[in-house]
Design a protein around this ligand. Structure first.
Ligand code: AMP
Length: 283
């Protein structure tokens, strides 16, 4: 496995691979890897000849009061995990490599960027779209792999790919969960044992709304109320949003249907967690 700390080194290796006719897969991450990330890596390994995993804590997607400086960084462990998965290349640039002094160009997906997480984290999706565009330009992958865990991010990236005519296939992997339902996240390490229990409220709210949908309920307002009621039982959770939206536009729907996104975000203590479910087709 090669670790490429610079764009030049990465491009050199990828040039050779491309010349040899290999298909290239990209898995963008911010490190502090867990099984959720590895599931994307495995998907990429199945579908591509060479897999690049980027490990970069992207400062432009953090707000001024967010957790950039304390975001978990576990590079040695990440490296071991990716070696076990037989990943060919880790791209691990410095902040200066990605944002040299004076860099001032950003990518903004208007509309979508102000919805869901974008509403409570102004500038977040501008940072995401900018870094993902840069990674797409640097790696020029055939396929890029993202998790449904960050469903709004997926919508933003799909739209950016369409709007900018990028010839990259965006692949989406399912959400990996702990056995009790909590969606895996690098931020889960922030949770105290007590908060870890409280955090179950996110997946439980989604599951109850999904069950109600399976029993025939289609009114979005009713599904939202069901989720809100579950959160009420856990008053220490500070709700950011509870939404029933179209996954492509991230706009609220009145009637839920297969493919509709149920999405929640809440602060447990000082940790902001997100989770979602995409409603299935009727069985
Ligand atoms: P992050 O390092 O948090 O930026 O995540 C990198 C990628 O891993 C993103 O595409 C995430 O959506 C994905 N990811 C994060 N958590 C999970 C999870 N629990 N299951 C599947 N994919 C995930």
């Amino acid at each position: 496995m090669q670790i490429a700390p610079t764009i030049a080194e990465l491009r050199e290796s990828l040039g050779e691979a491309r010349h040899a006719g290999k298909s290239i897969g990209l898995v963008p991450t911010m490190g502090a890897l867990h099984e959720g990330h590895l599931s994307l890596v495995r998907l990429a390994k199945k579908q591509c000849d060479l897999v690049v995993v980027s490990v970069f804590v992207n400062p432009t997607q953090f707000g001024p009061t967010e957790d950039l400086s304390k975001y978990p960084r576990t590079f040695e462990r990440d490296q071991e995990m990716l070696t076990s998965e037989n990943v060919e290349i880790i791209f691990a640039p410095s902040t200066e490599e990605m944002y040299p002094p004076g860099a001032s160009t950003y990518v903004e997906v208007e509309g979508l960027s102000e919805r869901l997480d974008g509403k409570s984290r102004p500038g977040h999706f501008r940072g995401v779209a900018t870094i993902v565009s840069k990674l797409f330009n640097i790696v020029q992958p055939d396929k890029a792999f993202f998790g449904q865990k960050d469903a709004a991010q997926v919508a933003v990236i799909r739209k950016m790919v369409r709007d900018l005519d990028l010839s990259i296939a965006v692949m989406v992997g399912e959400i990996l969960r702990e056995t009790d339902g909590l969606a895996m996240s690098s931020r889960n390490v922030y949770l105290s044992p007590d908060e870890r229990k409280q955090a179950l409220v996110l997946s439980q709210a989604l599951q109850q709304a999904k069950d109600e949908y399976s029993r025939g309920e289609r009114t979005a307002q009713t599904l939202r109320n069901t989720m809100r009621a579950v959160f009420t039982v856990q008053p220490s959770a500070e709700v950011d949003y509870i939404e029933v939206v179209d996954w492509q536009t991230l706009l609220p729907v009145e009637k839920a249907a297969p493919g509709t996104l149920l999405a929640v975000a809440a602060k447990i203590g000082s940790t902001r967690l997100i989770d979602n479910i995409v409603l299935p087709a009727a069985q």
